[in-house]
Design a protein around this ligand. Sequence first.
Ligand code: GTP
Ligand code: MN
Ligand code: MN
Length: 372
Amino acid sequence: CVSKDTDVLLTVAPYACQRQTPLTHQNSEIIDALEKLGKAAALRGSEVRSLAFTRAASVLKSLPIRLQSADQAKNLPFCGGHCQTVIQEILEDGVCHEVEALQTNEQYQCMELLTSIFGVGVHTAERWYKDGVRKLSDLDDPNIKLTADQRAGVTHYTDLQRPVTREKADRVQHLIKNALHRFVPDLEVTMTGGFRRGKQQGHDVDFLITHPDGEALSGLLKKAVDWMDSQGLLLYHHTRVRSRVQAHRRNVPMDGHETCYAIVALPNLDTSKAGAGVGSDVTFPGARAWRAVRVDLVVTPYDEYAFALLGWTGSKHFERELRRFSWHEKNLSLNSHGLYSTEKQCSIPATSEEEIFALLGLQYVPPQYRNA
Ligand code: GTP
Ligand code: MN
Ligand code: MN
């Protein structure tokens, strides 16, 4: 029996940007199951079904209590229908049969493996699967053409699968700042992505780079990347130049900032000898002195900085919800470049994340509560 108090607790705002979503939550087993089903749907190409599961999982992430029954969740946004079955099964049996079935689903397992390679999306993975690719070594077939991203992704697969710890992210930050500050000493470099949201590990390390003087940013990324390359610090890099996109078309999450997708060779700390510091290299024959880490570097003009910071802090679902809220509730188009009123045909400037939330009529959500 659910008390009136619990009923009151179990109301959740419909948009993820209207609520606080901490990093850890009360219903992990259910959330994991819903997220797996969402991923499976995405890998089958069903974006709508995938989004439905993602939304349900996200709602439960912001619940302050542990669910006792599926019924308790039935009036929460996106938690009816199929989601009810998942919650009920997990609560009653500890497992969800649909999720269990994925473990033995060859296509799912293979699609998951292939899409976990840097540079490989669902469409590529699907094509490869149809061509008979089942494991990484199948990609050695000369008939299969890999892009440069994908080639690097396969080469460094094992390293890139290992989560990047906070400690490693901090060392990457040191390395990146050192390279950038050689060229512009007072450059602003901010770690964004999951680490800014308080995550203790991630799949990559994201940085946002800006300076009040636009001239200081011109050509900077190329110079810094070339320097890192010359020092043997880069295993791979691919820079996308800035394009003045039709930034305010709806449903265009991709932006046009100058971005470098890199794989850094992070020097190992030598822990095998007491007192040994960074730079004391290989300790026994065959040991590698570095580890591959994926890094994203994004350069933004100063007047777009607040929007870029908000856009690159995530989570992906939080960002998607912010844009959906802006468009449907405020008739404004938001992306990593700015906020645009289609009605008045003008940009609305902002210099901080707080200001952007205020412009949208939203209560400010700090980064550590954007883990939607
Ligand atoms: P992990 O890296 O897995 O720990 O999580 P993360 O949240 O840091 O994910 P990721 O590095 O993939 O992305 C960080 C944020 O950048 C997310 O909010 C994404 O939506 C955003 N992002 C990623 N790629 C792009 C892009 O091309 N354009 C824009 N505007 N945002 C992007
Ligand atoms: Mn990241
Ligand atoms: Mn990233």
